[in-house]
Design a protein around this ligand. Structure first.
Ligand SMILES: [Zn+2]
Ligand SMILES: [Zn+2]
Length: 162
């Protein structure tokens, strides 16, 4: 990078005191956000209360096709929406029936059906049988998933060993 380029908070700055968007602060006097400069050169005005958003969310991709001017409020809304979207994608993990392993539609449920729930309950051993056994031993002995075994331990309020 040349001497006229710096990075601040992940954004590229250019030294250009002639820009009307150049900063007046002590440390950054004459420096301007490159994305603002790009728009200024095109004659696109960034009015007070407006901000520039990077469409691909790469703060350093200042190609004009990547920039859009939004009100501050809308920009905040957009970023809230984007971060929620990322969160929900992240959360969307596959949840399986703890008895038969079938993929569940609702991540809140534990069993795919009443039948599985009943079967799991029927198989559930007495509290004494679970004591001193590991999770793995229980799941192998009773032919259930570790999650089912874990639920059994939980239902009796006993800690399990892995
Ligand atoms: Zn943005
Ligand atoms: Zn099932």
């Amino acid at each position: 990078m040349n001497d006229n380029i710096r990075v601040l908070n992940g954004y590229i700055l250019e030294y250009c005191p002639d820009s009307k968007y150049s900063m007046k602060s002590k440390n950054w006097n004459g420096w301007v956000y490159q994305h603002m400069l790009v728009l200024e050169k095109l004659g696109i005005e960034i009015h007070n209360g407006y901000e520039v958003h990077h469409l691909d969310e790469d703060k350093q991709n200042n190609h004009v096709s990547n920039l859009i001017v939004l009100t501050k409020a809308d920009h905040t809304k957009l970023h809230n929406w984007l971060s929620n979207k990322n969160k929900s994608n992240y959360k969307k993990k596959i949840v399986k029936c703890v008895y038969c392993g079938k993929i569940l539609q609702h991540s809140q449920s534990t069993y795919c059906s009443i039948a599985c729930k009943n079967k799991a309950q029927l198989k559930k051993p007495e509290k004494e049988k679970l004591l001193k056994k590991t999770l793995l031993e229980i799941s192998e002995t009773y032919g259930v998933t570790k999650k089912t075994a874990r639920n059994w331990f939980k239902s009796y309020n006993i800690m399990w060993k892995k």
